[in-house]
Design a protein around this ligand. Structure first.
Ligand SMILES: [Cu+2]
Length: 188
């Protein structure tokens, strides 16, 4: 219930920011946000709980973080990296079709988000990958992830851990592919 309410409030705030874009005051509002490290408005940030994934064939502990971002900074931005205390390695991933098989790999150049544009991180699409976890992620946990931008600034996002429902098989396949070290090395 908490999660639902949080989502609604966040969406409402995002709507207000967007609605303000056409007004004369919007430029100043945007600059204030940028000074606070709020380059993006954030909708539904969640991270996949690890309970199940740790029981499967993968011997690497990892999970994905997902969020819908809207660039409210007034300028084009590029997310070039991310950092989290619970993971020794954090990467920006994309999912590519490799001869009919979905593979995750590091996204070259990061996630570009033009001014006022929306950028969605979803299961099976672009996502933030947390690897070599130092702890389990349980439903309800709040996990801070810091986005690193090309302009040298950062924005911290508070992700809520949830059990993943839907397209479970696809995501399982992705994780399996990801555990292939040889495949992973290709991306570097
Ligand atoms: Cu990934």
């Amino acid at each position: 219930m908490n999660t639902t309410r949080h989502f609604i409030i966040t969406s409402a705030l995002a709507g207000l920011v967007l609605a303000g874009c056409g007004t004369a005051d919007s430029a100043e509002t945007t600059r204030d946000h940028a000074e606070d490290g709020e380059f993006f408005s954030v909708e539904d940030p969640w991270i996949k709980a690890t309970e199940e994934s740790l029981d499967t064939s993968s011997d690497h502990s990892m999970t994905g973080a997902f969020v819908h971002l809207t660039n409210v900074s007034g300028e084009d931005q590029t997310i070039i990296g991310a950092d989290a205390e619970i993971a020794e390695v954090v990467e920006l991933h994309e999912v590519v079709d490799d001869g009919g098989v979905n593979l995750m790999q590091e996204k070259e150049g990061g996630f570009p988000v033009a001014a006022d544009e929306r950028y969605e991180l979803n299961p099976g699409q672009d996502h933030i990958m947390l690897m070599d976890l130092t702890d389990d992620v349980n439903p309800g946990d709040r996990i801070e992830v810091t986005l690193e931008l090309a302009n040298g600034e950062t924005q911290v996002i508070d992700f809520v851990a949830k059990e993943y429902v839907g397209a479970q098989e696809n995501y399982g396949d992705l994780e399996h592919d990801h555990g292939d070290d040889a495949e992973h090395d290709h991306t570097h």
